[in-house]
Write a protein that binds this ligand. Structure first.
Ligand code: NAD
Length: 261
């Protein structure tokens, strides 16, 4: 456990934040890591940094909402490294607004990135895993918002709840060929995604940025602390390396006790 020697790992949204750290930790554990992201230049930088540190990594241009790009991207990984053993469906964005002010276009964009992206990447990786029958792991990046709601986040909360359903279905369908599916549900992590929300929420609620952090984001944690990219990456490593179907169909909440299952 906690070693990924020779395993081929596809991490989406890995040019930044949580996905980037997962990619680094997987490479340190011996995995070959495909850094898939919309931002190709940043993905190439991450891949180069991993190679310079002695790991194996390739950058893959991929918009997870685009079927052809997902199919081509996975095919590129398979042609380079022969297979995909671990998928971390992590790419995501946040758009914050009152439900009554949300445009249909923004709603659809959010569901496309979080749900279509998870479906398309899962389907493409599972097709190969089903043929090879050598097992594997699918990990979805959920959120505490897979379990709880917050104001101004209707499509995010909807999509993150939806990932639980997708995960549980994949856990049942893919068990026959030894593939486990789980959701990681982080609390707030200081990444560009969260840094953008702080001033937005301060404006929306008419409070200071400090109050957004203390009185909204971290209010219900046990210790007022942010979750870190390392916390999430370590859980992602455990889920990727776990060897049996004993741990499947679960959501693991990593949130300083903000949400207790
Ligand atoms: P981030 O903004 O640092 O990174 C997200 C990455 O996803 C970026 O590199 C971006 O280019 C990429 N991306 C966006 N749309 C894409 C698309 N269509 N196709 C491919 N790549 C795309 O954000 P983060 O905080 O690291 O978030 C990563 C995941 O973690 C998201 O799913 C997010 O919802 C989830 N999450 C984050 C937090 C948090 O507090 N930061 C908490 C819970 C869950």
């Amino acid at each position: 456990m906690n070693r990924l020697d020779g395993k081929v790992c596809l991490v989406t949204g890995a040019a930044s934040g949580i996905g980037k750290r997962i990619a680094e930790v997987y490479a340190q554990a011996g995995g070959k890591v495909a850094i898939a992201d919309l931002q190709l230049e940043a993905a190439e930088t991450t891949a180069r940094e991993i190679r310079e540190a002695g790991g194996e990594a390739m950058a893959v241009a991929m918009d997870v909402t685009d079927e052809a790009q997902v199919v081509d991207g996975v095919a590129r990984i398979v042609s380079g490294w022969g297979k995909v053993d671990v998928l971390v469906s992590n790419a995501g964005i946040q758009i914050v607004n009152k439900l009554t002010d949300f445009s249909l276009a923004d709603w659809k964009k959010m569901l496309a990135i979080h749900l279509d992206g998870a479906f398309l990447t899962s389907r493409e990786c599972l097709r190969g895993m089903e043929k090879r029958r050598e097992g594997g792991a699918i990990i979805y990046m959920g959120s505490v918002h897979s379990h709880l709601a917050s104001r101004l986040k209707a499509p995010y909360v909807t999509a993150k709840h939806g990932l639980l359903g997708l995960c549980r279905t994949v856990a049942k369908e893919a068990a026959d060929y030894g593939v486990r599916a789980n959701v990681i549900c982080p609390g707030f992590v200081r990444t560009p995604l969260v840094d953008r929300q702080i001033p937005e929420q301060a404006k929306e609620f008419g409070i200071s940025e400090d109050a957004v952090v203390k009185d909204i984001m971290l209010k219900d944690t046990v210790d007022g602390e942010f979750t870190t990219v390392d916390d999430v990456a370590n859980v992602a490593l455990t889920l990727a390396g776990f060897e049996t179907n004993a741990l499947t169909g679960q959501s693991i909440v990593v949130s300083h006790g903000w949400y207790m299952q």
